[in-house]
Design a protein around this ligand. Structure first.
Ligand SMILES: [Zn+2]
Length: 130
């Protein structure tokens, strides 16, 4: 049954488009767990009542890893920092730009944007220092 379901492509690409246009959003369940599209069920509690919420403009770096030797898709990007940042009720994973690996600290405030990788030109989430 595909009655009231939205027929547009609710993929991750749509979420990237929205973030690139400064209109980012995330999905929040009725228990306040956040996740990024595409989702039909909350990954934390299984709730199916997900609503789109505007993504906060900035988040804080929660944890990060520095990659010096990259997988083939990211060879030209190395060394780079992949961080998990806390944006209120949703946590995002992205590449940290414009910050030297040795200068990264947890708690740094970052904004999120969409850029392409140096290696393959694929789109990815990036964090930039605010
Ligand atoms: Zn939930």
């Amino acid at each position: 049954m595909s009655d009231s379901e939205d027929v547009r492509n609710e993929g991750f690409d749509d979420a990237l488009d929205a973030i690139a246009a400064d209109e980012g959003y995330f999905l929040e369940c009725s228990n306040g767990h956040g996740s990024l599209p595409p989702r039909r069920v909350c990954p934390d509690c299984g709730d199916v009542d997900l609503s789109e919420q505007p993504l906060p403009e900035s988040g804080e770096i929660d944890t990060y890893t520095v990659t010096h030797v990259a997988t083939p898709n990211f060879t030209d990007d190395a060394p780079y920092v992949v961080a998990i940042a806390d944006f209120g009720s949703v946590r995002l994973t992205g590449q940290l730009r414009d910050v030297a690996p040795e200068a990264v600290e947890t708690g740094q405030v970052v904004g999120v944007d969409v850029e392409t990788t140096e290696t393959t030109g694929e789109r990815l989430l990036v964090f930039e220092r605010r």
